[in-house]
Design a binder for this molecule. Structure first.
Ligand code: PHE
Length: 452
């Protein structure tokens, strides 16, 4: 079935859409706790290196494939390498985003619940003890988080079902700048909390003794997660980018915003973590334990402001999470409608149902299923590690090898320099990174994951 393919109207629209997918819970929820687990400042440096040397080249590789083919991930590889088996790898990129969505939706559900709690002023009027113990009680209960996960995923499915890209895009055009402003305000506030200074030291004074192969793998996994790589999302979005658009500039813009949001979230959360006496290595609950603490503390000085800030903040997090979640579901829906001739509605519902079931297991793994372990990890952690340590990098490896070794160099050059009219120097650097550095980096991380 041939579908009418659309284009993004302007460079700003391309960056906004890609940034909408990239900036999400990965920046605000995942980055601060991974940072906390791997020792702070030194990890930030590792993360920047992984982003520049491996993640960004893969971002460009996906962009090249997407815009060259104007197809979904699976169709693209078939179109650009007809008669080969490359497109089989496209199947992987249909499954991985759904697996990611299954646990992403659980965390998205937590933000739904936290928004309800903010709306009922529970964080700003409750006692500090009640606020700090809330997270643990909430996620370990059987039903509440599953209901929140269901609400979040339903929102995602409804948006994808109606294809209201314009609505959500306009929404995120407002929500993202609001989020940015709020994060700056939170950084300022969190730096004024007594005891927060230790957190700043933690973020700016690198302790290289914490750096090991495990941290390198985590940095790369986080870079993949944050830039939505290796799962066909960037590829699919790039397939809507016009021929005269500068792919390198849009990619650098997206990656720059993504990094900015992550580092700022780190500076908003980690100093407050120290002030609250929470362990920086506390894991997935870190942000959800810290933010209510900040709001609760603020309430003693400015109750109205802190209530409003907490509501707006969770609305903005939810919006950021939704724009990312939609891009995950869209990859599979694009595949089923373009390649299998399915209608949009059944395709969306089928994939959402599968995701919902897996998500329930992820959610229960904080409570009733917490003793069920796979390879020593809870189900939630297992799916998270499977996706960010393996499936995303494998997808990324396929894309860099495809662009670096399978596609004609002239075609890659044509895409990245718009027919030789721009970026000629920077293209050379990235071609080298795509061909050699990124694949070697990924394989090195695989080997350390397997043998260390
Ligand atoms: N990049 C998104 C985030 O940071 C997550 C994501 C992963 C989105 C994979 C799409 C595909 O929240």
């Amino acid at each position: 079935m041939k579908q009418q393919r659309e284009n993004f109207g302007s460079r700003a629209a391309v960056i906004m859409a890609m940034a909408g997918s990239a900036i999400g819970l990965g920046n605000i929820w995942r980055f601060p706790y991974i940072l906390g687990e791997y020792g702070g400042a030194a990890f930030i440096l590792l993360y920047i290196a992984a982003s520049l040397l491996v993640a960004l080249p893969i971002f460009f590789a996906e962009s090249v494939i997407g815009r060259r083919s104007h197809s979904n991930a699976y169709g693209a590889l078939r179109k650009l390498a007809p008669g080969t088996k490359w497109h089989w790898a496209g199947i992987l990129t249909i499954i991985s985003p759904l697996l990611i969505l299954s646990y992403y939706s659980v965390v998205g559900g937590w933000s739904v619940q936290y928004l309800f709690k903010s709306l009922s002023f529970d964080f700003t009027t409750g006692s500090p003890e009640a606020v700090s113990s809330y997270f643990g009680n909430f996620i370990s209960s059987a039903w509440q988080p599953v209901i929140s996960h269901t609400i979040f995923l339903s929102l995602v499915a409804v948006i994808v079902l109606f294809g209201v890209r314009k609505g959500i895009e306009k929404f995120s055009n407002i929500a993202m700048p609001v989020l940015l402003v709020l994060i700056v305000a939170l950084i300022v506030y969190s730096l004024t909390l007594p005891g927060s200074f230790k957190g700043v030291t933690y973020l700016i004074k690198p302790d290289f003794s914490k750096l090991n192969a495990d941290a390198a793998a985590a940095a790369l996994g986080q870079a993949f997660f944050s830039l939505s790589l290796g799962v066909g999302t960037i590829l699919t979005y790039a397939s809507y980018v016009k021929k005269d658009e500068n792919l390198i500039v849009s990619g650098l813009g997206t990656a720059g915003f993504d990094l900015l949001f992550a580092v700022m979230a780190g500076f908003a959360v980690i100093p407050a973590v120290f002030a609250a006496g929470i362990e920086p290595g506390a894991g997935p609950g870190l942000v959800f334990e810290t933010l209510p603490f900040i709001f609760n503390q603020m309430a003693s000085q400015a109750p109205v402001v802190s209530s409003v800030v907490s509501i707006v903040f969770f609305v903005a997090i939810l919006a950021a999470a939704l724009t990312s979640a939609i891009s995950m579901l869209e990859v599979g829906v694009a595949f089923l409608t373009e390649e299998k001739g399915m209608k949009r509605a059944p395709a969306t519902l089928l994939l959402a149902f599968f995701t919902w079931l897996v998500g329930i297991l992820c959610s229960l793994s904080f409570g009733p299923m917490k003793d069920f372990h796979i390879l020593g990890l809870t189900f939630f952690d297992f799916v998270d590690h499977l996706c960010s340590d393996w499936l995303m990098p494998i997808g990324g490896l396929v894309f860099t090898l495809f662009v670096g070794w399978k596609m004609k160099k002239a075609d890659v050059r044509d895409e990245l320099t718009n027919g030789g009219t721009c970026n000629r120097m920077i293209y050379k650097v990235f071609y080298y990174l795509i061909r050699y550095v990124a694949p070697v980096g990924i394989v090195a991380v695989f080997l350390t994951n397997l043998f260390l």
